[in-house]
Design a protein around this ligand. Structure first.
Ligand code: EPZ
Length: 429
């Protein structure tokens, strides 16, 4: 098994470059199904989730060519069968975007019920609501979701909850529908704007992305394109918090500061110095960390995908902080692991009460999901001693070369291979 081994309490200094946005890439790659031509996508992050979604398309018959580490060429004209039942589909939430893209092109789709990180129920009722509004019918059988429609007719869709995935899937299904679709109470995340820009670069007619009201005028066809994905807001935020937790002075490059405003505001509230430049952001922390309260909200609020990371930082703040997780039902599984490192955190439903401690102590811990794993890396950077983190596959799903990037700014972090422990089970007496 592979583990991260982190020697903590080393301050971080230097520059780190942020990769392309995971949650934009895993939406834009399936969206290429809607194109009649060759799509060249640049600034692709080199992470497992992207590899998986690209392989799924390739297995369905698409031409996939990694031009270089961050540039992908896709031509999906040879995809004939709109069915994706691969095991990989079940383990990745973003595979649900195959439903919207295949429905939008073939007027039918059959995809394994999507999985993803385990922090509560991952329903798709709002995705299906969008498809039904456009005229599609759906059924769920044997773990597969089927959607189909003779025609897709533009409609008004009102989302009951703000959902990134449902907003994305409704856009994908509507972009070639007949007539105009509006999505009200839409999610406003940067990756939704990026997807809309990608589709518009192919000839789609989408306006309002980034607001809670998106209008999609159906078009007959979409051409090929060359498109560059935005930088990853959450990866950037993770390095900002890591610099604050370890202490030091780090310049995080290839960012869009506007996407980081809620994270910047919280770090400044905690006494951290944050300086914004055109496409980079500098984080300096030398003194104490102040407590503060955080409530996760859909964009532009504080991102839920930064909740574990900021909680790790608050665990060594002066005073008691409250973290309120308003998006997911159960996104505090990592708290037990932080408490093994000496944190003093109690959880009651969707609220965590964090009593700051002077320092964390290294311990063997396990990542339960992508951002929980990032929080444990941050805790390991701040802790006294050597922390080992198991189940790092979750972390590597969403962070390109996290060991190389952290090492380049002075962290002592290594990926090691440890033979699986053979647990000898005592013979029956
Ligand atoms: C996306 O997940 C992200 N994943 C998640 O990031 C992120 O946490 C989430 O958006 C919120 O920002 C990707 O982009 C691949 P939602 P998604 O639909 O689309 C409820 C990461 O770490 N809901 O916005 O699945 C749902 O239960 C990952 O990169 C319904 O009720 O999230 C949740 O409470 C983890 N019905 C809320 O909406 C639905 O049909 C937000 O979910 C859909 C969602």
């Amino acid at each position: 098994m592979e583990k991260f081994v982190i020697e903590g309490q080393r301050k971080l200094y230097g520059e780190v470059k942020v990769s392309g946005a995971k949650n934009a890439a895993v939406a834009i790659i399936p969206a290429a199904i809607l194109s009649d031509g060759l799509c060249r996508i640049e600034n692709i992050p080199n992470i497992n989730d992207v590899t998986i979604i690209a392989h799924i398309l390739e297995d369905m018959g698409a031409y996939i060519n990694m031009v270089d580490k961050t540039t992908l060429e896709i031509d999906t004209k040879n995809i004939k069968n709109p069915i994706a039942e691969y095991d990989a589909v079940r383990h990745m939430r973003a595979s649900s975007y195959l439903l919207g893209a295949l429905l939008g092109r073939f007027h039918r789709a059959e995809v394994s019920l999507p999985g993803g990180c385990d922090f509560g129920v991952r329903p798709i009722d709002q995705h299906l609501k969008g498809f039904m509004a456009l005229g599609a019918s759906h059924s769920v059988e044997g773990g597969m979701v089927q959607v189909s429609s003779q025609r897709l007719i533009g409609a008004d869709i009102y989302m009951d909850v703000v959902s990134v995935g449902a907003t994305i899937n409704s856009i994908l299904a509507a972009v070639k529908a007949e007539g105009t679709t509006t999505i009200e109470n839409a999610a406003k995340e940067p990756h939704i704007v990026d997807l809309a820009n990608f589709l518009n670069s192919m000839g789609a007619d989408i306006s309002g992305a980034g607001t809670d009201s998106i209008k999609i005028k159906g078009v007959k066809s979409l051409s090929g394109t060359t498109y560059t994905i935005i930088p990853d807001q959450i990866e950037a935020g993770t390095y900002m918090v890591a610099a604050a937790a370890a202490g030091g002075d780090v310049l995080i490059k290839n960012v869009i500061p506007k996407h980081l405003e809620s994270i910047t505001a919280k770090l400044i509230e905690m006494g951290v110095t944050v300086k914004e430049y055109d496409d980079s952001i500098r984080v300096v922390r030398t003194g104490a960390i102040n407590k503060c309260n955080v409530k996760t909200m859909p964009h532009p609020g504080f991102p839920t995908d930064m909740q574990p990371q900021i909680a790790a930082l608050l665990s060594i703040a002066n005073g008691t902080s409250i973290v309120n997780e308003s998006v997911w039902d159960n996104r505090f599984k990592y708290i037990d692991e932080l408490n093994r490192m000496g944190a003093k955190i109690s959880v009651d439903g969707k609220v965590a009460v964090i009593e700051g401690v002077p320092e964390l102590l290294a311990a063997p811990v396990k990542a339960s999901d992508l951002r929980a794993g990032a929080a444990l890396v941050i805790a390991g950077l701040a802790a006294r001693g050597t922390t080992t983190i198991e189940d790092i596959k979750y972390i590597e799903r969403g962070y390109e070369d996290i060991v190389g990037k952290l090492s380049s700014i002075g962290a002592n972090i290594k990926k090691v291979y440890v033979p699986d422990e053979v647990v000898s089970i005592p013979k029956a007496l």
